[in-house]
Ligand binder design. Structure first.
Ligand SMILES: [Zn+2]
Length: 352
């Protein structure tokens, strides 16, 4: 009973603390902030043990560390987004993967897109997942030999691997065997649970990959993901509040109805027109109370400085002097779904 009333009191305490610290504008304080507004406004991680709390698409994280903006074999992109925070397992993974990528001939390493916000949680723009520090986006563009400036990292356009003049087809002028090796390298680490790519890329790999075919099962087709791929790590050992995702099917999963379905009209059909006689239903926003209870405490926890929370390597702090328009209208796929089974679609996919 006592515990229940404490946990009920935590969101109120968080709001009070945020109000006092100026994070909530008194003029709009009556309107409760959504979870994405709360987590999207926090600039630094919590000073605590690293812990993923909840599910990839419904959670938050304590004790995040930052990927250094620049490393020998990586650069973090779009620094203004402040999304290079992750579980230490993810940051270590990215450092290892970047070295392996350079070794297999992927330029001088990788360009890293979004990982998570400083305390994880839902985001105002972009992804459905990336909430617990165990998801990361890697560009299908290698790191150039000449390091990119902060400005170039904001401006560099994405390059799609698809031939847009055809239906769901990889562009054979852009896609190379090194792209394939890069994706399959990502899938090869035991801690990687899934790698999300566009269905056309999965199909291409199914047709061409001559290495370990079982690893192809980890490569999952999804909307978007034609100019970057998305690596998801399993819950780290001992992370008892991290909610696991179901295992991927055994084998390469190339002949499943699931993959074939993407090449039908169904996934691309426009959503049914709303009934003009019915009042439109406003989608319900995710609130802090919808997330694991511990996320309220994560929001309220004291901060750790950026320098202190950055794994070795250099950091270009994104400062107002270098401020750029905070445009978030780039081609970031919104359908960064959490699993095959949770893709938001107008009609259900075939069961399997
Ligand atoms: Zn992603």
């Amino acid at each position: 009973m006592f515990m229940r009333s404490i946990s009920k009191a935590i969101p109120a305490l968080v709001s009070a603390a945020m109000f006092c610290s100026g994070l909530i504008d008194p003029a709009v304080a009556e309107e409760p902030k959504t979870a994405k507004q709360l987590f999207g406004s926090v600039k630094l991680p919590s000073k605590a043990e690293a812990d993923p709390l909840g599910f990839y698409a419904k959670g938050c994280m304590s004790g995040a560390v930052a990927l250094p903006t620049d490393g020998p074999t990586w650069q973090a992109m779009r620094l203004s987004r402040n999304r290079r925070w992750g579980n230490p397992a993810m940051i270590s993974f990215l450092e290892q993967f970047s070295q392996d990528a350079a070794r297999l001939g992927w330029g001088s390493g990788i360009l890293v897109g979004d990982i998570s916000q400083p305390r994880g949680g839902p985001m105002i723009t972009g992804h459905a997942s990336h909430q617990v520090g165990l998801d990361a986006d890697i560009w299908f563009t290698p790191k150039p030999a000449q390091p990119l400036s902060v400005q170039q990292r904001e401006d560099m356009p994405f390059t799609s691997m698809l031939d847009k003049s055809k239906f769901l087809t990889v562009d054979s002028n852009r896609w190379t065997s090194t792209h394939a090796r890069l994706v399959m390298q990502a899938a090869s680490y035991p801690q990687v649970q899934r790698v999300f790519v566009n269905p056309a890329i999965k199909k291409k790999l199914c047709q061409t990959w001559t290495g370990d075919r079982d690893l192809l099962g980890k490569v999952r087709p999804i909307y978007g993901h034609d100019e970057h791929f998305h690596v998801r790590l399993s819950c780290p050992p001992g992370a008892t509040s991290c909610q696991k995702q179901a295992a991927v099917p055994k084998g390469d999963d190339c002949d499943s109805k699931g993959l074939a379905w993407w090449f039908t009209k169904e996934p691309w059909a426009p959503p049914p027109k709303p009934d003009p006689n019915k009042k439109p239903v406003k989608p319900r926003q995710v609130m802090l109370s919808d997330l694991p209870k511990a996320c309220a405490a994560v929001l309220a926890a004291p901060a750790r400085s950026e320098a202190d929370a950055t794994f070795g390597g250099s950091v270009i702090s994104y400062s107002p002097q270098t401020a750029l328009p905070t445009s978030t209208t780039e081609a970031e796929p919104a359908e960064d779904a959490t699993s095959q089974e949770q893709v938001p679609l107008p009609t259900p996919r075939p069961s399997r």
